[in-house]
Ligand binder design. Structure first.
Ligand code: GLN
Length: 474
């Protein structure tokens, strides 16, 4: 049996019954990584840690924007080359304390800007289901590693969909927790008011386990919320009778791939058949979500990225022709050489929307629109427990298909962005395959801190269908 294909939950059962050892799991995953790693390019670097002797050291990959003590962390950017943080991110501390083994750092879009993992300075990542397609992004390495069996679990980050959309494209489960549920300490910031770290796993049971490890209060993140962490695995329940499932009419628009629409419709029918109450809802400000996000996110990104100037972190470029200004030349040269095109685009957009004279017209307005989008969702959750939609309008697209058209790339985030703007939790889980045998993702959103409800609703669907046991043939 190929252990790398199993979930942590299955592996743990086999370890407890003495069928296999934890060392067998680790070696299976490492051998798999060596066998297929060149095809997917999911890992930027791998480590040979052996763990602290815990009963079940789950082999886990970490997105390359999360600090692991003493290991290089680059956000897949040239500008951070050589930077080694002297501390572990809060989630890495928790993973290590739980016995998890950090396998290595996972590829991503540069600074998490993107939906395809084509903007990494370490090369593109390929989708394990079809190596000619993107894995989604920006946590494309995380989703591809789990889908390919190169890691049992992976950690991603989600600012506008970067956990859920790649999970959807790679046929795995990804959850963006409520803003404040998981500490951002040690996550290199993109959009600080939107960023959350979360799990990417093969099924919802593993998702519940890993979320339980990651979640919890941390005084080092001022937006961390001090609420008890439930045992999320206890919330998994096959029954959805009486669950109120909201279907937002603004999400069922032209341009959704027909096979995605059909799969999502079948999911709605499933919930109905099982006794859930399906209600059509309206989120009237949805049409402003993408524009709002790309103002708020780029504004925050431009100020967060101001710290990368050659002084403190990573790359320092020597000005090609000496001029009088000295240090300013060094800043300029470092930033010109260190950042890729998408990062430069975001810095310029963000600087523009924050600049005097445009601040009110763009940034302030976007903040107001954000409130309206959040109010829509707050109101909807008075009438329903979860909101159901596709995770993305299409399945994985071809490599190169959208690289010259940033706007069409941005539009693929339309269903995932509202959860970040509102700070609510959302999950993506496998819900079938399209005509090309590419995975389709179903998204469920819930009210703040209702992760248990989300996991329960996802588990019921997953167990009745079994899409999650399909594996990419690599
Ligand atoms: N695709 C979105 C963007 O490009 C979201 C990225 C993310 O969530 N990190 O900004």
């Amino acid at each position: 049996m190929d252990l790398f294909n199993l979930t942590a939950n299955q592996l743990l059962t086999m370890i407890s019954s003495g069928q296999i050892s934890a060392a067998d799991v680790l070696s299976s995953v490492r051998v798999r990584q060596q066998a297929v790693g060149q095809k997917t390019n999911a890992f930027i670097r791998t480590y040979d840690e052996t763990g602290n002797g815990a009963a079940f050291p789950v082999p886990i990959g970490i997105k390359d924007n999360i600090c692991v003590k003493g290991r290089e962390v680059t956000c897949a950017s040239k500008i951070l080359k050589g930077f080694r943080p002297p501390y572990d991110a809060a989630v890495v501390e928790k993973i290590k304390a739980s016995g998890g083994i950090v396998l290595g750092s996972l590829n991503m879009d540069e600074f998490a800007f993107g939906s395809s993992t084509e903007s990494s300075s370490y090369g593109i990542v390929r989708n394990p289901w079809d190596l000619g397609c993107v894995p989604g992004g920006s946590s494309g390495g995380s989703a591809a590693a789990v889908a390919a069996g190169e890691a049992v679990w992976a950690i991603g980050s989600d600012t506008g969909g970067s956990i859920r959309q790649p999970a959807s494209f790679c046929g795995v489960v990804g959850l963006k927790p409520t803003y404040g549920r998981v500490s951002r300490y040690g996550l290199i910031a993109f959009g600080s008011s939107l960023d959350q770290i979360g799990p990417i796993t093969k099924d919802t049971t593993d998702c519940a386990r890993l979320l339980g490890i990651l979640a919890g209060f941390d005084h080092r993140d001022s937006t961390s919320v001090d609420l008890p962490v439930p045992d999320y695995t206890k919330s998994l329940d096959r029954h959805v009778r009486g669950l109120r499932v909201g279907i937002p009419k603004e999400y069922f628009i032209d341009g959704i791939q027909p096979s995605v629409l059909a799969a999502v419709q079948a999911a709605i029918d499933f919930y109905k058949k099982e006794g859930a109450l399906i209600c059509e809802i309206s989120l009237p400000h949805t049409e402003y979500a993408v524009a709002t996000y790309y103002i708020v996110a780029t504004a925050e990104a431009s100020s967060n990225l101001a710290r990368f100037d050659g002084v403190e972190y990573g790359l320092r470029a020597v000005p090609s022709r000496p001029r009088k200004a000295g240090i300013v030349d060094m800043y300029e040269e470092t930033r010109a050489k260190g950042f890729g095109n998408e990062a430069k685009r975001r810095i310029m957009l963000g600087t523009y929307v924050l600049s005097a004279g445009y601040y009110d017209a763009y940034y302030l307005r976007a903040q107001k629109a954000r409130t309206l989008i959040k109010n829509d969702l707050d109101k909807a959750f008075l009438d329903c427990d979860v909101i159901l939609s596709p995770t993305a309008p299409t399945t994985a697209f071809r490599i190169g298909e959208k690289t010259n058209d940033p706007l069409s790339m941005y539009l693929s985030d339309i269903f995932t962005i509202p959860a970040n703007l509102a700070g609510i939790p959302a999950i993506s889980l496998p819900c079938g395959f399209d005509e090309k045998n590419l995975p389709i993702g179903l998204q469920l959103m819930a009210a703040p801190f209702a992760e248990e409800r989300l996991l329960a609703a996802a588990f019921a669907y997953e167990q009745a269908h079994g899409w999650h046991v399909q594996r990419a043939k690599l």
